[in-house]
Design a protein around this ligand. Sequence first.
Ligand code: ASP
Length: 439
Amino acid sequence: MSDVKVCKFGGTSVATAAQMRKVKAIIEADPARRIIVPSAPGRAHSDDAKVTDLLYLTHEMASNQQDIGPVWNRIVERFQGLVSDLGLDLDLSATLEEVRARIQSGAGADYAASRGEALNGLIVAALLGATYIDAAEVVRIAPGRRIDPASHALIRAACADDAQRYVIPGFYGSDQHGQVLTFSRGGSDVSGALAAAALDAAVYENWTDVSGVLAADPRIVSGSRTIAEITYGELREMAYMGASVLHDEAVFPVRERGIPINIRNTDRPDDPGTMIVNRREPGDQIVVGIAGRAGFTVFALEKMMMNVEVGFGRRVLDVFERFGIAYEHTPTGIDTMSVVVADEAIGEGRGEAIAEELRAAVHPERLDILPGMALVATVGLGMNHHVGVAGRLFSALAQAQVNVRMIDQGSSEQNIIIGVEADDLHKAITTIYQEFIAS
Ligand code: ASP
């Protein structure tokens, strides 16, 4: 492992000159922060637009033979504004004009969108006195917008001088023919993770506008605590339940190599943020976080002697497969089996058709479709080592009058998932938070 730190800055961290100055101070505070991966400028204020969205819009307008002029001027103002507010000796006019001409004459959506990062990277490099690397030359993107492992050697070769800082714009790269491609939205996270993996970084610092991952959604639990340390596995459970932290694909490259991710706040650089690690010692901490979301339906089947009927489960799941539906959970009892499915996977009006097929497939004595369910995951490695966690969880919920409709404890024993009425979602999360985290 090298001592280099790869620092990715999200859109809000590079949206204005004032934010950019914070970035400069952060980078200069630590000589190991040598690789900088910036996003395109995000919203400068709440009713502003993200540069990436404006760029997609110019592409769309150009494809409809419309004049991109007015939208393009807004983009130019954002970039020229940054250059002049930062007092940089950098003339972007020719580059901007070339980009405008290419978009107006039909360049692809990926090319258009990628220019937010490409242009911003030039500004960040000028601000930091760093070497600019065009991501198209070092980030190879394979079909499906996935990382092509060939990128690793290219990044290593381009960042070979330990005495230099390098700026690699996020979000884009190119295919094997040199055609510019982007990752999916939010993909600068992926670029940062790739650079960290390629350089075997000591840490991947992901700078954003929050001081880390919160133990619960702050819209539900106000003043929710920041998680100091969480494993990749625990984070995955939280993310599955809707806690949005990082782009999904940003985790794999670093996780694989055991490189920790540190989520940091550009506005509060002294906050330690959240460390995402491969392994940790939970100590006395039982629960690390709670996440939940509504929008699930349960297909509840009941049949006497189901437990000895060979192939019952397979036939049930086969029906869902035929409908092209991935199921979320299948809690079972001796004579019961439930299949929990996300509403968006069922789609409008297919519930009855699925029930029909289930009846034909396994002849249940009873089959109920129970819509309006929410799932809540209580996550924490510490649950493994403590007696009575489930007892505490369920008595707290009972006291709060939350009716638990389903229980599923994953074999990893780092989570307990419960199903509650969608109306009880917030109450359930608040209750569990009070029981295990606030106290
Ligand atoms: N600028 C891109 C987006 O808005 C990528 C990123 O910021 O991560 O999706």
